[in-house]
Ligand binder design. Structure first.
Ligand SMILES: Cc1cc2nc3c(=O)[nH]c(=O)nc-3n(C[C@H](O)[C@H](O)[C@H](O)COP(=O)(O)OP(=O)(O)OC[C@H]3O[C@@H](n4cnc5c(N)ncnc54)[C@H](O)[C@@H]3O)c2cc1C
Length: 289
């Protein structure tokens, strides 16, 4: 167990303070043991995947923060099932799937997160999401491990009913036999589409807000408020896609939050729509009501 570990380097936006306690469990036994420690010491538990949808408070997080590693971040194919540790990067899962001649996970190749982060967020792109390909997930907390399916996890648009302290240790995906070159070509095509529309070469945390159903997307509304390129401190509304915030070099999480609050206020005024944030907060961060 380490103390006061900086989290900024564990997030894609590159902001935020330290974790009070930090551990990298590599096996189920190690995970259960750190969760027991947290329970006995009254420490709240949080998990970081690849930090690709995370904003961490600048003063840090008064919790035990876990980053799954080793076995809990590895991937193997078992027939047509891909078994991924909760901490496995999607890029690694896609690589293993391709090598095993399995398709169906290509949509996730450009989502720069992990199998477990994908469950928490029901991540998705190009009309497919985790719940479409997931069989089940092993969820561990201080009371032990349970295997839960997509319905039990309440997976819907960028939502699950997982609570802080519940750790996704393993995910099983049902894929379909596909030629490796077909998998490679599909993934490359989707990646090219993404590079054409999103700031993939900047430090961001992905979509800032969820798209409200039925009307224009969050990015379109923020753009129509004239906010593309708007800067507060070191944080910038992406000139490429208005539902992304870029770290322009020296951003703090407070800068990002202030920019989010401004975008939300302007969209509310102009469209009478209350945007809900997609990015997850670690530490006492809150948008004004
Ligand atoms: C350039 C870019 C493009 C993106 N495009 C997309 C997209 O197309 N579609 C999409 O859905 N998202 C997208 N994202 C957002 C992000 O990649 C996804 O939400 C991803 O699933 C988050 O995974 P992560 O492992 O990085 O989770 P983190 O960002 O580290 O964490 C996100 C949440 O999941 C929780 N969590 C992480 N791991 C676990 C675990 N093992 N057990 C329990 N809880 C866990 C965290 O506590 C936190 O609440 C994008 C992000 C970037 C930077």
């Amino acid at each position: 167990m380490e103390e006061h570990v900086p989290l900024a380097r564990l997030t894609t936006i590159g902001t935020g303070g330290p974790a009070r306690w930090f551990a990298r469990p590599e096996t189920m036994d190690e995970l259960e043991s750190v969760l027991r420690w947290a329970d006995e010491n009254g420490a709240p538990v949080q998990v970081v995947g690849l930090g690709s949808n995370l904003l961490v408070h600048d003063d840090g997080v008064d919790a035990l923060v876990l980053k799954l590693a080793g076995e809990l971040a590895s991937v193997r194919a078992d027939g047509e099932v891909l078994v991924a540790g909760g901490g496995a990067a999607n890029a690694v899962s896609l690589h293993r799937a391709r090598a095993a001649g399995l398709g169906g996970f290509e949509f996730a190749s450009a989502i720069p997160g992990t199998a477990g982060g994908g469950v928490r967020m029901n991540a998705g792109a190009y009309g497919r999401e985790w719940r479409d390909v997931m069989i089940d997930a092993v969820v561990v907390d201080a009371h032990g491990a349970r295997t839960l399916g997509p319905d039990e996890l309440g997976l819907s648009y960028r939502h699950s009913n997982l609570e802080p302290g519940q750790v996704v240790a393993q995910v099983r995906f049902r894929l379909v036999p596909t030629l490796p070159e077909t998998v490679k070509a599909r993934a490359a095509e989707l990646l090219a589409q993404r590079k054409a529309t999103q700031p993939t070469n900047k430090r961001t945390f992905g979509s800032v807000f969820k798209n409200p159903g039925g009307g224009p997307g969050a990015g379109r509304m923020i753009e129509d408020c004239g906010l593309k390129g708007h800067r507060l401190g070191g944080a910038l509304i992406s000139p490429r896609h208005a539902n992304f915030i870029e770290n322009a070099g020296d951003a703090t999480s407070a800068d990002c939050l202030a920019l989010m609050a401004e975008a939300r206020r302007r969209v509310q005024e102009r469209f009478a729509v209350e945007l809900e944030h997609e990015v997850q907060f670690l530490g006492p961060l809150r948008l004004p009501a």
